[in-house]
Every structure is written in structure tokens, then in C-alpha cells.
Write a protein of this length. Structure first.
Length: 496
């Protein structure tokens, strides 16, 4: 009950079990609970059906309900509990004379001196007026000081390297990250064949004589092959018609032959054809009494190894330019790249129309490849230029960021594959770094003229400072530094 801060307390008695006494069944118990509730400023109510408790509650003026819901919907309050008599402390008295005497004995009589009171009042008044004047003199005046530092135009150039093989830029080493962009391109190139080759166009022909080596008739069918045997590579000829020999040894017959392959290599002199190929070689002999002639060649263009290499290089360059143009056209304005960074990353398909030595006027090469280029973030390159410009100034100079202007050269390749380089030029306006606290401490409580001289001698200013004092008659910088407002003019011009 001591932790419940409410104006009504409802005490619910549980149903006792068999052979169990009813809790708080005595009238004294209920009286103590009622008294405690009254001391807490709360009204006490009871929910029970025990006749003994109902009787005690009625005698004490405590409302009794048959259920909690009934108590919730009813307006009720308990009678104030009887409080115990409080004994008076020892020495207690109701005598007013004794109390007044006790109070008067503790008062100290005050001796009044009118002249002293007047002097003391004057002193207090003077001190108060002086304090108010000092406060006004220190707190009310204000000053506005405008400084114009010496501005310098500064410039820095740096070669920035973009590396596609790193993930984090190193601005101290002038290295930034280059990203790779890829695209698939197709291309065809045609070049004239520069080589030459002899093309055999005429077959050598003539006549040979077959001699029967047996006593039996021999039939020589058309297409029978005969050849020379005196050369490193025999030349083969083919009969052009059927021929027959009677069954008498030594009989001869003349048959026309033509070289199996065209060209002058088949032109041979007399008596050089002396071999019969196939099963007839043991039945007949062959020879030519006259030369075999008529084989001819012509010179025609042909593909050389250099032609294929030239066509490949030409096509690669075309695809590099085509892929570069395709990727760059889709890049945002702040990204840069160089045609020199474009490379064939992978060849997906490559076809030559003719092999080396093959006769043709035109060699055609078809290629499908992946082109990759290195892309530079222009802002990253400018960060390197800005850092270089700041390092060049040192810690005593302040660079005005709004005046910084950047430019860059065209990107070029480096000795490392995939890397590109760009020269960044950063220009801006810088001025000496002036600390406002030092300015306030330098001119504190000084006349305006002296404050201007001290500022010109102490700080690198471009012109005399402008100082405005309020009120104007004071003509002195306020003693309280926070009452002095310092403004440093920003440059109103930019680099070209």
C-alpha cells in the first residue's frame, strides 16, 4: 500500500481453503489497515463475503462490495480513521508571554547613526554608478574590422598516372584508379595481295612408242601411265586412246600422251620416257623419239605471310578505334580516356579468306573481338592537382577553393600496359592565413589609428584595414574581444 499512489485502495479477501484461518479477520487488523490507508490519503474498500469481516468493516465505516466490478462502477469513500492521541513534548506551554520573552531575548539591539548611514549610502551609490558605467563602457561598444590580405595567383602542374590494376588512389604519389570499360566490335578489312606465284595453265603433250616384249597380243587402254626415270621426281604422262599390239615380239605402236600435271616441268627431251606403270610394265616397253613440249605457266597474285600480318594489324587498329569511339560516346562528361589505352582484350572470331601462297587478288580478314579502354575520373585527377597546389603553398598560406581552376592535357599511354597519364594544371588565388584571435588580441583597447598601424605591421595586408567603432565617439577598440567582429575580404577575381 505504501508504493501505490492512488486515492482509493480496494482490499480483496481470497476464499480460504479448508482448515485454514481467514487472514486479517480481527477487528484490530482491519483497523490498522484502515488507519494506514488514511495516513496515505487514500479511501479503503473491501471485497469479501465473510460475515465477520463484513461486520468489522461496517463498524469502522469501510464500504463492502460483493465483487470487484461492483466496486468499479460505484462511487464510494471510507470514513476517516480514528487517529491516536499524540502526547505533548516535555516543556510544552501555551503561554504567549513566555514565548514573546524568549524571542525578545534573542534579538540584538541595533544602534542607529544617521550621519554614518548617509555616508555609507553615498559610497554604495557611487560604487553602483561606477560599476554600471564600467559595464556600459565594456559591453556596449563594438567594432567592425575589415582586412584585405595580399592575394597571390599560384599555379601547379602534375603528371597524374591512372592505373587500372589498383583499387585505392594514392594522391601523395600522383596515382589514381583507372577503370576498364569493354565492348564487343566486329570488323572486316580487305587488302591487295602483294605476292606472286606461277600458275600452270598448259599441259605438255607428244607421242610415245610402245614395243611388244611378248609373243602374245597386248591391249594398251587409254589412261595408261608412263613416266620418266632419269629425274629426281619422275614426270607422269597418260595415254589419250586405246592401242593394241599383235602377238609378235618387237612389234611397235605409236600413242599420243599428255602430262598428268600442267606446266613446263613436263617438257622433256627425246628418249626420257622409259617406264610403264602398272601390270603392262612386263609386257611392253615405252620411249619417246621426239621431245614432249607445250607445258606453260603464268604469274598471278598470291597471298604472302606479310599480307596476312598487315591485314591483321590494320583490322586490329580499326577495331581499337571503333571500340574506343563506341565506349567514349557513352561516357559521362567527367570521365576521360585515350585512344592509346584501347587494346584488343580477347579475339572471339578470326577468319582469313585465303591461305599463304594461295592465288587471289584480294585478301579479306574478318574479326570479332572485345575492346577494352582505360577510363579516368576527371575529378580524381583534379584532386591530385589541388593537393599539389596546397603542398606548394605550405601551411602559412590559405587557398581559396572558389578561385581554383583546372585544365588538363590529352591522355597518353605509359610504359606499363593499361596505364594512362594526364597532365593536370591547377591555378588559384592564395593569401596568407590570418588568425582572427591574433587580430583581436593585437588591437584590443587601442586607438583606431594605432590599431591600423599595428595591423599593417603585424599581418601581410594588401591595403589599410577598415575599422568602424560604435559609438563613434569612443575611438577605441573594445576591451571585450568578442565585441570586435573581424571580416576578411574574399578575392573578387579568378584566374584565367
Amino acid at each position: 500500500m505504501g508504493q501505490v499512489q492512488v486515492d482509493r485502495v480496494l482490499l480483496v479477501w481470497p476464499e480460504p481453503r479448508r482448515s485454514q484461518n481467514i487472514p486479517l479477520a480481527r477487528r484490530l487488523d482491519l483497523l490498522l489497515v484502515h488507519r494506514h490507508a488514511t495516513r496515505l490519503g487514500a479511501h479503503l474498500g473491501v471485497v469479501t463475503d465473510h460475515e465477520q469481516i463484513i461486520e468489522h468493516a461496517g463498524a469502522l465505516g469501510i464500504p463492502v462490495f460483493d465483487s470487484v466490478n461492483t466496486a468499479h462502477v460505484s462511487l464510494w469513500r471510507s470514513r476517516t480513521s480514528l487517529r491516536p492521541a499524540i502526547t505533548k513534548p516535555p516543556g510544552h506551554t501555551k503561554s504567549l508571554k513566555l514565548a514573546k520573552h524568549h524571542l525578545d531575548s534573542r534579538r540584538k539591539p541595533r544602534v542607529s547613526n544617521p550621519k554614518f548611514d548617509v555616508v555609507k549610502g553615498g559610497i554604495y551609490t557611487a560604487i553602483g554608478m561606477l560599476s554600471i558605467g564600467t559595464l556600459v563602457l565594456l559591453a556596449i561598444p563594438s567594432a567592425a574590422v575589415t582586412l584585405t590580405p595580399k592575394y597571390n595567383e599560384v599555379q601547379a602542374q602534375v603528371n597524374v598516372v591512372a592505373d587500372p590494376n589498383i583499387n585505392t588512389p594514392d594522391y601523395d604519389q600522383d596515382i589514381i584508379v583507372a577503370t576498364s570499360e569493354n565492348t564487343i566490335v566486329n570488323g572486316v578489312v580487305e587488302i591487295e595481295a602483294t605476292g606472286t606465284s606461277d600458275l600452270s595453265i598448259q599441259y605438255a603433250s607428244g607421242a610415245v612408242i610402245f614395243t611388244n616384249l611378248t609373243f602374245q597380243p597386248v591391249t594398251i587402254p587409254a589412261g595408261t601411265a608412263v613416266s620418266t626415270s632419269s629425274r629426281l621426281e619422275p614426270v607422269t604422262y597418260v595415254t589419250q586412246r586405246d592401242a593394241a599390239l599383235d602377238g609378235k615380239r618387237g612389234l611397235i605402236t605409236i600413242v599420243e600422251v599428255r602430262a598428268a600435271l600442267p606446266g613446263p616441268v613436263a617438257n622433256v627431251g627425246p628418249s626420257l620416257i622409259n617406264r610403264v606403270e602398272g601390270p603392262l610394265s612386263k609386257q611392253v616397253a615405252v620411249t619417246n623419239r621426239q621431245a614432249i613440249t607445250g607445258g606453260q605457266t603464268v604469274t598471278v597474285p598470291a597471298v604472302t605471310r606479310l599480307d596476312r600480318s598487315t591485314a591483321y594489324d590494320t583490322l586490329v587498329n580499326d577495331l581499337r578505334r571503333s571500340g574506343f569511339a563506341d565506349i567514349v560516346s557513352n561516357l559521362p562528361s567527367y570521365q576521360l580516356s585515350s585512344i592509346e589505352s584501347a587494346e584488343i582484350k580477347d579475339v572471339l572470331e578470326l577468319t582469313y579468306s585465303h591461305a599463304i601462297g594461295e592465288h587471289t587478288d584480294i585478301l579479306t580478314v574478318t574479326m570479332q573481338a572485345i575492346v577494352s579502354i582505360a577510363v579516368i575520373d576527371e575529378q580524381d585527377a583534379y584532386r591530385v592537382g589541388y593537393k599539389t597546389l596546397q603542398n606548394q603553398l605550405g601551411s602559412n598560406m590559405k587557398l581559396y577553393e572558389d578561385t581554383v581552376y583546372y585544365s588538363h592535357s590529352n591522355t597518353t599511354s605509359t610504359n606499363q600496359p593499361g596505364e594512362v597519364s594526364i597532365q593536370v594544371t591547377a591555378k588559384g588565388i592564395a593569401a596568407p592565413d590570418i588568425t582572427l584571435t591574433n587580430v583581436r588580441n593585437t588591437i584590443r583597447w587601442k586607438p583606431v589609428a594605432q590599431a591600423k598601424r599595428d595591423l599593417l605591421q603585424t599581418f601581410p595586408l594588401g591595403k589599410s584595414p577598415d575599422i568602424v567603432i560604435r559609438p563613434a565617439w569612443l575611438n577605441r577598440i573594445p576591451w571585450l574581444t568578442w565585441r570586435t567582429r573581424i571580416t576578411i575580404n574574399q578575392p573578387d577575381f579568378a584566374t584565367n
